[in-house]
Design a protein around this ligand. Structure first.
Ligand code: CO
Length: 495
């Protein structure tokens, strides 16, 4: 029996999940030699929220980090890409998606893990094809969620569809740590029986089920699992490397990694964790029972608490959480992962604050109208109608990106006009984060007020949503900024 392979999330998802994605390239470089010597299957080093957070808070140009890490390691690298959303919160045109994947591979990325928040394979197609064309490995991803319409068979079927699209491997991605060991076993076994490509599994320890789900998946034949190293492991991050080794004692598939080396890495990372203490929280280090009760990502819950505080709605936490399954049902039981987790979370807060659908946020209307792709179940017809009326947009059935015009040349022109580098790397990053790229080269004179530290959110980086509340007399002004668009509401108190 082949030993199971471990991948390391230490340099990307682990600090995204526990330290608000704040680990800098400078903090990564000193440990690369040791991390490279472990013999991991992949080092996850890029993508997800690390590009947004790196630009926004650490003022690092993303490709520079990739180059720096790549130059000092022999282990293959992997990254996370949100399909047609790339690493942003809404869909990009095909030419930008393809250029992004191409440049990532050109800069030494090996495996691109490609997912779609709705599990719509049409939203993964361009990224998969571009990755393959550039000589990289495209990994097709199945986002796990619990709902009345999601079944073991359905997840296996999606895996078969992705395999037919020519991916090099598959990943079962359980961003919220909600999969039970039994379900993990059944899905992995079903995939192994039905596809020829390797099957990997990614989960978080948020609800305390992660390591047992890995064990079940290893029994079912999973090829690789993602682990982290203390103190950047467990909690909202991934099952700990050393703990997994202990769990596998006597198991025929136990891999062989140097325990001493892991201890040395861990000793170094303790210092980094200390340096990032402003962004870490005890709440993220322990088993989150709320995440089990509400079946939503742990990161989303911690973001929620902050948002509700700003909206002066702390006492409504239970009510807002209870609103989430209602919204998911109406919107066709979409999984909760960036960007749907932020959209559904905000809509839930709006529904509780103002009454159901009184404030229908643009992202939720776009989901209802098909602009994020096909939902797992049909959207409630009444809600779809309401969204069409309010947004004055027509519902669509086609692949959403078919309606988006190419942008690369326009982006290049804009970069030149702003005296910024206009290569493909800058075009693709600028397409998603124009303001951040500008500020990287021309820092604003006055330091912008630091954004409130997001609770280390794995699936929900805080930059996507911020809220401001102002009270003047008997009028409460509420401004919610979602992915750069501000929605303002004034509420007058009538005595
Ligand atoms: Co993750």
């Amino acid at each position: 029996m082949k030993p199971v392979v471990f991948n390391s999330t230490l340099l990307r998802d682990a600090h995204q999940s526990l330290a608000a994605t704040r680990m800098s390239t400078a903090q990564m470089l000193p440990i690369l030699d040791k991390l490279d010597a472990v013999g991991y299957g992949r080092l996850e080093t890029w993508g997800g929220a690390s590009i947004d957070a790196g630009l926004r808070f650490l003022k690092e140009f993303p490709f520079k980090r990739l180059d720096a890490l790549r130059a000092k390691t022999k282990t293959p690298h992997m990254m996370l890409m949100r399909g047609q959303n790339i690493v942003a919160y809404n869909q990009s045109p095909d030419d930008v998606v393809a250029a992004f994947a191409t440049q990532a591979i050109r800069h030494g990325m090996n495996t691109i893990r490609i997912f779609d928040a709705l599990n719509d394979p049409r939203n993964m197609k361009t990224a998969i094809e571009a990755t393959k064309k550039a000589g990289g490995e495209a990994q097709g991803t199945i986002c796990y969620t619990n709902s009345p319409v999601h079944t073991v068979e359905g997840f296996i079927k999606l895996g078969c569809t992705l395999a037919d699209m020519g991916v090099h491997s598959l990943c079962l991605k359980d961003m919220a740590g909600l999969v039970s060991p039994r379900a993990a076993y059944d899905i992995i076994k079903g995939l192994k029986d039905n596809v020829k490509v390797p099957v990997w599994f990614h989960t978080h320890e948020t609800t305390g089920l992660g390591a047992s789900s890995y064990l079940a998946a290893i029994d079912a034949g999973v090829d690789a699992v993602d682990v982290a190293i203390r103190p950047f492991s467990d909690g909202t991050a991934h099952p700990d490397h050393t703990r997994m080794m202990a769990l596998l004692k006597g198991h025929p598939r136990r891999p062989n990694y140097d325990a001493q080396l892991i201890e040395e890495i861990s000793a170094y990372e303790k210092g980094v964790y200390e340096e990032l203490s402003k962004f870490t929280s005890h709440k993220n280090e322990v088993v989150n029972i709320d995440a089990l009760r509400y079946e939503v990502p742990g990161g989303m819950l911690s973001n929620f608490r902050n948002q509700l505080k700003e909206l002066k709605m702390e006492d409504k936490f239970e009510e807002v959480c209870a609103e989430i399954p209602y919204i998911r049902e109406k919107l066709g039981w979409i999984p909760l992962v960036t960007p749907t987790s932020q959209i559904v979370g905000t809509q839930a807060a709006m529904n509780v604050k103002f009454g159901r659908w009184k404030q229908f946020i643009p992202g939720a209307m776009d989901i209802a109208l098909g602009y994020f792709g096909q939902t797992p179940a049909p959207v409630d017809p009444e809600i779809r109608k309401l969204a069409a009326e309010r947004s004055k947009k027509d519902p669509i059935e086609c692949r959403p990106a078919d309606l988006i015009k190419p942008r690369m040349e326009e982006l290049r022109k804009e970069l030149k006009e702003n005296n910024l580098p206009a290569d493909d790397e800058h075009c693709v990053i600028y397409a998603m984060f124009p303001q951040q790229v500008k500020e990287l080269y021309f820092p604003p004179k006055e330091e912008p007020k630091p954004a409130p530290a997001p609770a280390a959110a794995s699936a929900a980086p805080a930059p996507a949503i911020s809220a401001r509340v102002g009270v003047s007399g008997n009028v409460t002004n509420l401004a919610m900024t979602i992915n750069g668009t501000t929605h303002a509401v004034s509420v007058e108190e009538i005595a």
